[in-house]
Design a protein. Structure first.
Lengths: 116, 117
């Protein structure tokens, strides 16, 4: 158990719809990351938040947005869903940022999104 | 443009033998490398890492080798155990100052290791 909690574990929806994925980081971790793993793809970095502020952005589509709340949980919002958005979405957390960040992230179990 | 490549989607070895998982990268600026292990229905977990100033790092049965000139790293597991069966992801970290460091890890597609009893 990594200490990172993601909900829901599975989600099935239709094209054009909007979903929200939720993540609670490990106790004490201020930094939250979102990654996408599509079929036969590696983990693609989407976005990072630190203590409520966006810190780094990766290959995140404009249809996707995220935020981190004062209690440090984070939500990833996916809208106007397309078939290609079907993927496993991972949340990860870390305690350190910047140069102190060694890349040792703690991942949740993921949220599997299926768009039909 | 895949900057971290794991060209073997799968690998099968016998229990007790050595498992060698390979990873190639294209960005010569990467300065820190990590291996993550992922079991089904779980998130990836950190396994071992190596800085670009080293060529080897060992942790128990796991050893990572880095060949900077070849832009290649490998993970050796000796002896392999059935519990090592998982997907192994190689990840690389670009320099922090110019490219965001470990906050923008670049992952490979993973290699599925099966250790047969």
């Amino acid at each position: 158990d990594s200490g990172v909690t993601q909900t829901p574990k599975h989600l099935i929806t239709a094209t054009g719809q909007r979903v929200t994925l939720r993540c609670s980081p490990r106790s004490g971790d201020l930094s939250v990351y979102w990654y996408q793993q599509s079929l036969d793809q590696g983990l693609q970095f989407l976005i990072q938040y630190y203590n409520g502020e966006e810190r780094a952005k990766g290959n995140i589509l404009e249809r996707f947005s995220a935020q981190q709340f004062p209690d440090l949980h984070s939500e990833l919002n996916l809208s106007s869903l397309e078939l290609g958005d079907s993927a496993l979405y991972f949340c990860a957390s870390s305690v350190a940022i910047g140069l102190a960040n060694t890349g040792e992230l703690f991942f949740g179990e993921g949220s599997r999104l299926t768009v039909l | 443009d895949q900057q971290v490549k794991q060209n073997s989607p799968s690998l099968s070895v016998q229990e007790g033998r050595i498992s060698i998982l390979n990873c190639d990268y294209t960005n010569s600026m990467f300065d820190y490398f990590l291996w993550y292990k992922k079991y089904p229905a779980e998130g990836p977990t950190f396994l071992i890492s190596i800085s670009s100033i080293k060529d080897k790092n060992e942790d128990g049965r796991f050893t990572v080798f880095l060949n900077k000139s070849a832009k290649h790293l490998s993970l050796h597991i000796v002896p392999s155990q059935p519990g090592d069966s998982a997907v192994y992801f190689c990840a690389a970290s670009p320099p922090y100052i110019t490219q965001g460091g470990s906050e923008k890890l670049v992952f490979g597609k993973g290699t599925k290791l099966t250790v047969n009893p």
